[in-house]
Design a protein. Structure first.
Length: 1091
């Protein structure tokens, strides 16, 4: 009877041993990779080997990424590593398998232990346990766990407390935990100890099987019986069960050597081969994870030799080649694995991942060719990659802006994977782009109903709400995500939305002219994580308010927080340049250049290039602009209109005109000025016309393109000008006709002109009362009634750009007096004040005497031909607003042939106000004043006089009104003014140069006596005041883009001065111009009238 009991008990222990040892092997034979990796996780946990656990979980996640058990183990490890955010994401993934599953409930319970209050309870329970207060510790554990502990480590800790406590029903608790974690060896041992002890007590000591002994006991037996194959084999089996491959291999090999025909030898051989296989595979995996590729390859090769028809070794070898970027060799290994196990999901996944890396289309084609079973296996374990590839194809369509095609693909994905959150998000985005907002809303509403508590869904919906202008609703949606489940991206969006609300309120204050309140509000609400953005915004506001020093202080604050902040460095550089602090700007630029500027975004690189140019670092500016242009050419969609415009400006300044126009045209395309690039000059120049709906950048692009085109344009003009004023026949009366021919064209950075003026002057004939003519020496003596006229040709050349102008020419050749004349001038600006200075020599052309010179009939002397030589300084202030100012002062010395030298000082200035200031229509009124002083009055026409108006005191005020407008092919201006003037002249000699009228010039004594008396006469000065007016009309018409015609007329009326003026002109554009006409029209000016 005792024998039967012992035999039955031995058979029972043998069955138990088989269940604990043989069955895992059998399972491993069916699915060896997974079994091995599960064992590795358990081994790593038992040995506290986090590296082994991490590596094994990584491989398991590749094989079965959505398996609930794998997800739970990954969550347990993430919690252990204190990676709470990662754990939360995995819990959400696990929730998709159902909230009532055991794994999800354990995961939720485990995650709850990371909360602060639960951590404190666990700490307290541990202190009770340490103090030996086991019942109190057990009560705290029961309060938290409310059943079975959520992982094996916590379960073991709980069992230790339970066993040491006075709990009445320990066995029920131990059994419950054992059935939850049946594969944990330590828990199984505790269960066996409590469950089987009664059976063991009834057995005889001599009948105990080796299988019931612990490893320690077996080793003690082995020391007594070193050649006992049963003991050695049992040790090998026990180590195999414990997943300790190396000792298992050692003892199993020794057992087979001692007893190759033992009853258990087949079992030992199977276990030996299995342990060798998985031991080598584990070492290969570890080497691969550590990027020791040669070692990993050696181990995988050995694994392949052990089991040449299994896929693991081939997948490992393929993974090595993939890591080394040997894609063709990796594909060959993966294909070999697929040959031996054609339906293996891991192999299919490796190939799909490889093809996806090579081409989205190639991966899609591979999936399309899978058998139904292959597709089913891949979808079951790696459904994410199928969805991912389909989304890749949709993303390719979006990249090419084929949104309708992308929408159809994403709709199909949404049908197959309705809970794929980010596919729904991108589908909604595509629907918004294609003007289908309601359908986008419908898709999100359906997702919201299916997954109301999913944090990822809430986050995606918040992004969608923010994109559709519902920032407050987006913020409210984020608030529904528990803080413990939030990722960094969710927190970043929450911070961004809150900061956006702060910014919106502050901006609203500024828009209501409460600038200081806006700054104060922002200061009091700056979030700690948004300090840099806040100070950058404050700096921007300060710059907009022209508070450059304050803006610089804000940039310095940013640089104290982030010394390499490129935005702050660029802002400080630009302010330093605006304040003409070139050395300081170069200091900032030197710091920027240490940050690898080529990695900057296009916008920052544009600012840097412009700053280098302004600072005078032309070579560096050239380098950055060329680099930026190359990047833009590679990725045309990456540049906006501002970047393209500035690249165009760089090429303009570099005299690469065609390249400049290319980028200006690209900027027009980007800014929506045109849908297609122009094909000829007429189309291009038409795009340069202003548009009242343009933003500042579009206006700037048009203006830059127009300015460059006009600067490069070849033009020819023919004009006839008439000017006349009333006066005394023969000298003060004047009729002037000037015909002008001018060719102007580009040269260097400016424009050059060649011109010729044909000038005909006529003062009529000395009157019928010759003794009354105060001309030459005729007064009181008399002169023959000779016609007074002159004709000459005046050639001239000139050049100008934005800063310099010069011209050189002569007064008309053929006049009695001919001289070289010209000017050189320089223009610049100081802050918002434009100014210019010039040195000039110009003719005085108000009379025949002053301009051409005349001959005295008695003395045969030529006198006249007055020229003014001097310096002029002028300035203007106009910011493009409603009003502006201008002023000018000039100092001149006036000389002429046989004319008394003179000097003058003139000051003029004015203010104007624009009643209407539109692109194509302007109306302005103003107030002007002039103050003149000539040293001498030389306005007479006798010998030595100059024949030009030269009061010693002159003051005038005028009220000008100006109206100008243009249409597509017409441009005109109508203007007029009312004026009041005061003038005064001092007494002066009638003949200021006495030597010109010596008595030997006359042939009779009576005439000599008369002239002798006349030459000493003093003409009395005069003074007076009066009102006057002017009226002017000017018009131009574009006949074709090449031909233009125009005309003008003006009338002036003042005391003793009533000139009139008219002109007509014809202009030809060689290149063609279909842009805006000049406003006002810009006819030629006679060379004699150049300032």
């Amino acid at each position: 009877m005792m024998w039967r009991i012992c035999y039955q008990y031995r058979q029972y222990l043998l069955a138990l041993s088989l269940l604990a040892g043989i069955l895992p092997v059998t399972q491993a034979a069916d699915d060896p990779t997974e079994t091995f990796l599960y064992e590795q996780v358990r081994l790593g946990n038992s040995k506290s080997n986090d590296v082994l656990v991490s590596q094994s979980l990584y491989r398991l996640s590749l094989i079965k990424p959505n398996d609930p058990s794998v997800l739970l183990m990954r969550i347990q490890f993430a919690v252990k590593q204190k990676e709470t955010a990662k754990a939360q994401q995995l819990v959400e993934q696990l929730r998709m398998h159902g909230e009532n599953t055991e794994q999800y409930q354990r995961a939720i319970k485990l995650l709850s232990l990371t909360h602060e209050d639960n951590r404190q309870i666990l700490q307290k329970a541990y202190l009770y346990q340490t103090a030996g207060r086991y019942d109190e510790a057990l009560q705290l554990y029961d309060d938290i766990y409310q059943g079975t502990p959520p992982d094996e480590g916590l379960a073991l800790e709980y069992l230790n407390v339970l066993i040491a406590s006075s709990h009445a029903n320990k066995m029920a608790r131990i059994k419950q935990i054992y059935h939850t974690y049946p594969n944990n060896q330590q828990i199984a041992n505790i269960y066996q100890q409590y469950h089987l002890t009664p059976a063991l007590s009834t057995a005889s000591a001599g009948s105990v099987s080796y299988n019931t002994l612990s490893i320690r006991a077996l080793k003690q037996q082995l020391r007594q019986q070193p050649d006992n194959a049963d003991i050695i084999g049992t040790l090998g089996v026990r180590y195999s069960r414990a997943n300790q491959r190396a000792p298992a291999i050692y003892y199993l090999s020794q057992a087979l050597t001692l007893a190759p025909k033992h009853n258990d030898s087949d079992l030992w051989r199977t276990l030996l081969q299995s342990n060798q296989y998985w031991h080598l595979l584990a070492k290969a995996d570890e080497a691969l994870l550590n990027q020791e590729y040669s070692t990993a390859k050696r181990y995988f090769t050995q694994v392949r030799q052990l089991s040449p028809y299994k896929s693991e070794a081939y997948i490992g070898l393929g993974d090595i080649e993939l890591a080394l970027h040997q894609l063709e060799q990796a594909e060959r290994y993966y294909q070999q694995a697929l040959q031996y196990q054609p339906n293996d999901a891991a192999t299919l996944h490796s190939l799909t991942k490889l093809y996806r890396q090579q081409s989205h289309q190639k991966a899609a084609q591979f999936m399309a060719n899978l058998t139904s079973q292959q597709y089913k296996n891949l979808a079951q374990d790696y459904g994410y990659i199928i969805s991912g590839i389909q989304q890749d194809l949709a993303a390719d369509d979006e990249q090419q802006q084929h949104y309708l095609s992308a929408i159809e693909k994403r709709k199909a994905i949404a049908k197959a994977y309705p809970d794929e959150v980010w596919n729904i998000y991108r589908l909604a985005d595509d629907l918004l782009i294609t003007q289908q907002p309601q359908l986008a809303e419908d898709y999100f509403n359906q997702l919201n109903q299916r997954r109301p508590n999913d944090p990822s869904r809430r986050y995606a919906y918040a992004l969608y709400l923010n994109k559709t202008g519902r920032a407050q609703q987006a913020l409210n949606t984020l608030k529904t995500i528990p803080l413990s489940q939030r990722s960094e991206s969710m927190n970043a969006l929450d911070s961004q939305l809150r900061f956006g609300q702060i910014m919106a309120h502050a901006q609203s204050l500024r828009e209501h002219n409460q600038q200081q309140q806006a700054v104060e509000y922002l200061f009091t609400h700056i979030p700690p994580e948004q300090k840099i953005e806040s100070y950058l915004l404050l700096a921007q506001w300060a710059e907009e308010d022209d508070q450059l020093n304050q803006a610089l202080n804000y940039y310095h604050t940013v640089l104290n927080l982030a010394p390499n902040n490129e935005t702050a460095l660029l802002g400080a550089t630009e302010i330093s340049l605006a304040q003409h602090q070139i050395d300081q700007a170069r200091y900032y630029l030197a710091q920027i250049e240490q940050l690898s500027p080529e990695k900057f975004n296009h916008y920052s690189l544009r600012r840097l290039a412009n700053a280098e140019k302004t600072a005078g670092n032309i070579d560096k500016a050239k380098h950055y602009f060329i680099y930026l242009a190359r990047q833009v050419d590679k990725e045309p969609d990456s540049a906006d209109g501002l970047i393209l415009r500035d690249i165009g400006r760089f090429y303009r300044d570099s005299q690469q005109v065609q390249s400049a126009h290319h980028y200006y045209q690209q900027a027009m395309l980007k800014e929506g000025i045109t849908d297609t690039l122009p094909t000829n000059n007429i189309e291009y120049t038409t795009l340069m016309r202003n548009n009242p709906n343009d933003n500042w950048l579009s206006r700037s692009v048009r203006d830059d393109a127009s300015t460059l085109y006009r600067q490069q344009e070849w033009r020819f003009a023919l004009e006839h000008d008439y000017w006349g004023s009333n006066g005394s026949e023969g000298y003060s009366k004047l009729r002037a006709h000037t015909t002008m021919l001018q060719l102007d064209h580009p040269i260097y950075h400016g424009r050059f002109f060649w011109r010729t003026d044909f000038v005909h002057l006529n003062s009529g004939t000395l009157g019928t009362a010759p003794y009354d003519a105060k001309f030459g020496s005729c007064y009181r003596i008399g002169c023959f009634p000779l016609k007074q006229k002159a004709f000459g040709v005046s050639p001239a050349i000139g050049w100008e750009n934005e800063q310099w102008q010069w011209d050189l020419g002569t007064t008309p050749l053929g006049f009695n007096v001919t001289d070289w004349v010209g000017k050189i001038a320089y223009n610049d600006s100081f802050y918002h004040l434009g100014w210019s200075v010039d040195l000039h020599r110009r003719p005085v052309n108000s009379s025949l005497l002053a301009f051409a010179g005349q001959r005295d009939s008695w003395t045969n002397q030529i006198w006249g031909g007055v020229r003014k030589t001097g310096l002029r300084l002028s300035g203007s202030y106009d910011l493009g607003g409603k009003d502006g100012y201008w002023g000018e002062i000039s100092l001149d010395r006036l000389t002429g042939k046989n004319v008394k030298n003179n000097s003058s000082v003139k000051a003029m200035g004015g203010y104007y106000y624009k009643l209407i200031n539109e692109n194509d229509r302007r109306i302005s009124v103003g107030l002007n004043s002039m103050l003149w002083h000539y040293n001498k009055d030389l306005s007479g026409y006798t010998l030595g006089q100059g024949g030009y108006y030269s009061p010693q005191q002159y003051l005038s005020f005028s009220l000008p009104v100006n109206y100008r407008q243009r249409t597509e092919n017409w441009s005109w201006e109508v203007s007029g003014s009312l004026s009041w003037s005061y003038s005064k002249t001092y007494d002066s000699r009638r003949y200021p140069l006495q030597n010109l009228g010596s008595s030997d010039k006359f042939n009779s004594d009576p005439i000599k006596e008369i002239f002798k008396h006349e030459r000493n006469i003093i003409d009395k000065g005069d003074s007076g005041h009066g009102f006057g007016y002017t009226a002017r009309a000017l018009i131009e018409h574009r006949i074709t883009p090449h031909w233009f015609i125009g005309a003008a007329i003006d009338i002036q009326q003042a005391k003793n001065y009533t000139p009139s003026h008219a002109l007509m002109y014809l202009r030809y554009s060689f290149d063609g111009w279909n842009g805006d006409l000049d406003l006002p029209p810009n006819p030629l000016i006679p060379y004699a009238d150049f300032k």
